[in-house]
Design a protein around this ligand. Structure first.
Ligand SMILES: Cc1cc2nc3c(=O)[nH]c(=O)nc-3n(C[C@H](O)[C@H](O)[C@H](O)COP(=O)(O)OP(=O)(O)OC[C@H]3O[C@@H](n4cnc5c(N)ncnc54)[C@H](O)[C@@H]3O)c2cc1C
Length: 634
């Protein structure tokens, strides 16, 4: 719908609910499934999702593996693994909590109908009945996962009821209660299909909009722009809206720079662990063997049996700087070796695992191979670190600072309700919870379930509360439709609608953000390097960009979504920049370098960096929070 049609015809629908779930990804679906078990019959639960929950979020295309399944490992092992991978600074209480619940959630997925590979292919039992899942590494199990999201969505729909799920609705902002300080009171958003604003008043909100893609300039440009590693529709809404509501943020300096098949973004993990493949430099050398000694500089994280993910990038980048790139995954060699050694029966399924499974979770990789005439059994493919991403559930750690479980969290990390942020009534999970990565799909679902249970308790503990939002509905609606109002006002000023001195289109706003983040905040063009001077220059440009945010213009509903997405992205960009500036060390070499503080500084910086919006100045305040060890490391 065009801006003219929308602005002339729009209506406002007000919804009153008890618990609002924003985002129907793994967290949202986990929360929806769990919540009805704890909520009294008359408690109203509403879910809002910008897409359609069957194919939304980071699991939309499906997955080939569930990356967190403990099996014979203990929650303590899991904490040690995650802590090492994230260079020591993690919330061990939260990780332990996820670890102790995750296997029962995986068993639940199998009950929903998810096919899980078994060690013995002929074993028809479920895991619960004693079958051993086929591992693709210490923590991963293999699945036929093309319908993974469809299955969890079906369970969420059945639990909540169709009438309580609104899809194709984009949430722009959280609403705060007028009578109670620091208490959430709902959210506001707009339909992407019709001229309608939704104002939802809620006693508790579970914010679950995933992480952030495309803050940095992606490697693939122009015709390849749609290809990214991370889910293209997760635009930082979780972090931006949480931060603006006043939630304390944590570890926003962290980013994930996945080392993946170049430009196709196909996963490499199974190639390493299942097919025993190696990445070699242009001269056929193993860069890890060549430069492995560099890991000693990052003890203890570099000396673990499996060094931290960022350090693998660090070593590869060193080899690249020495002029030894490009790098190739030795797919052809690995497949030939396996075919020589495997029994006939296993060869067919191996081939399926190697090629066809890319189709379910990374169709772009299959497309790229097809278009370049590559048979990976014959031709090796390039591997390269990508542009940076922000997430809290995969191998990253940014997100909100949340209250931990009562029985595990030290008092500094606990204020009543598990997975509640520092804003009363605002809960989160998965990518929304900071300093506790490596949850992946299964762990995110677990956190959705935990958040749901806590949100119900929160609402029941305060039966007298009614959300109060004083701002006039029309004023709220005009803010949401602001970019359309701007477009309508100035659209006739120029003949080319994208070029106009009175406004900025979302696409151009995004290009400006991408460029400044890439060039000053350690993107790919600087090989992930930055310094205080660079960051301050970046901040200057970012402030100028933010000045233009009120001039964003949208000609239709789709562009309106882009305007809000890119605005959310720019808030995430600023938070990241400021956190990188505050942390005066290089904690994640291979993900980014502070060239003016190139070393790891355990003595001064083994702490969390947290931030919070000062609502009076409109600026973030940054401060340190102590890291408290719960599981002893040796
Ligand atoms: C490329 C990639 C590969 C992965 N591979 C694996 C794997 O092999 N195994 C594994 O176990 N895990 C894997 N994961 C991790 C897993 O996908 C995530 O941990 C999990 O999806 C996080 O759950 P979430 O609910 O936080 O976010 P998501 O599942 O991404 O859900 C976020 C939801 O919020 C919605 N949303 C966003 N913004 C708004 C808004 N403003 N208003 C309304 N709705 C909004 C989105 O549409 C989406 O439905 C992978 C992730 C990625 C990105």
């Amino acid at each position: 719908m065009t801006s003219t049609e929308v602005l002339n015809n729009y209506t406002i629908e007000e919804i009153s609910t008890d618990v609002l779930i924003v985002g129907g990804g793994m967290v949202g679906c986990g929360a929806a499934f769990e919540i009805k078990k704890w909520a009294p019959k008359d408690m109203k639960i509403t879910m809002i999702e910008k897409a359609a929950i069957e194919r939304s979020g980071a699991v939309a295309m499906g997955l080939s593996a569930i990356n967190t399944y403990l099996g014979d490992n203990t929650p303590e092992d899991y904490v040690k693994h995650v802590a090492n991978d994230l260079m020591g600074i993690v919330r061990e209480d939260l990780i332990y909590d996820t670890g102790r619940h995750v296997d029962s959630t995986v068993r639940l997925f199998e009950k929903f109908g998810l096919p899980i590979f078994k060690e013995d292919e002929d074993d028809t039992r479920t895991i619960e009945e004693g079958a051993k899942p086929l591992r693709a590494g210490r923590w991963q199990i293999m699945i036929h996962g093309e319908s993974y999201k469809v299955l969890v969505a079906e369970a969420a729909r059945k639990a909540l009821g169709e009438e309580n799920i609104k899809e194709r609705v984009f949430i722009t902002e959280l609403l705060m209660d007028e009578k109670h300080e620091n208490r959430v009171a709902g959210a506001i958003g707009f339909s992407l299909r019709e001229a309608k604003i939704y104002i939802i008043k809620a006693k508790a909100v579970i914010m679950a909009c995933g992480g952030t893609v495309n803050v940095f300039r992606p490697r693939s440009q122009a015709e390849g722009m749609g290809r990214t590693w991370y889910a293209i529709w997760n635009a930082g809404s979780t972090y931006a809206m949480g931060y603006q509501a006043g939630a304390e943020m944590t570890t926003m300096e962290n980013r994930f720079v996945p080392n993946r098949f170049k430009d196709g973004y196909g996963p490499v993990g199974a190639w390493f662990t299942l097919f025993k493949s190696r990445v070699l430099n242009a001269h056929g050398e193993d860069y890890m063997q060549k430069w492995g000694h560099m890991l000693q500089d990052y003890a203890p994280y570099g000396l673990a049996k499996v060094p931290a993910t960022c350090l693998w990038n660090h070593v590869m980048l060193k080899d690249w700087m020495e002029g030894n790139g490009p790098f190739y995954m030795n797919t052809s060699g690995a497949m030939k070796t396996l075919f020589e050694t495997l029994p006939e029966k296993r060869k067919k399924s191996l081939e399926a695992d190697a090629w066809e499974d890319f189709l379910d979770m990374t169709v772009a990789q299959a497309g790229l191979w097809a278009s370049m005439d590559i048979d990976p059994g014959e031709t090796n493919s390039e591997v390269m670190p990508t542009e940076p991403y922000f997430l809290g559930s995969h191998s990253g750690a940014c997100g909100m600072w949340v209250s931990g479980p009562e029985d595990l969290a030290p008092k500094e990390y606990q204020w009543g309700y598990n997975r509640m942020t520092t804003v009363n009534g605002l809960f989160t999970g998965g990518d929304g919870v900071g300093a506790s990565g490596h949850k992946f799909s299964s762990g995110s679902y677990v956190e959705g379930r935990i958040a749901a249970k806590s949100a119900v308790r929160f609402v029941l503990d305060d039966p007298g509360f009614t959300p109060t939002v004083h701002t006039d509905n029309k004023v709220l609606a005009e803010k949401v439709y602001g970019p359309m109002i701007t477009f309508e006002k100035f659209k006739d000023y120029s003949t080319e609608s994208n070029v106009n001195p009175n406004y900025i289109k979302p696409r151009l706003y995004l290009f400006r953000l991408n460029k400044l983040m890439d060039e000053y905040v350690a993107g790919t063009s600087t090989f992930y390097r930055t310094s205080e001077a660079s960051l301050l220059r970046g901040l200057d440009l970012l402030n100028r960009l933010k000045e233009d945010a009120p001039k964003l213009a949208a000609a239709n509903l789709h562009e309106l979504m882009r305007a809000w997405e890119n605005y959310h992205r720019s808030i995430v960009g600023e938070l990241h920049l400021r956190h990188v500036l505050f942390r005066e060390e290089t904690r994640y070499p291979g993900f980014y370098y502070r060239t003016d503080h190139p070393k790891l500084d355990e003595q001064n910086w083994k702490v969390f960096v947290n931030s919070k919006l000062n609502k009076t100045t409109g600026q973030p305040e940054l401060f340190k929070k102590p890291y408290i060890e719960i599981v002893p490391k040796n």
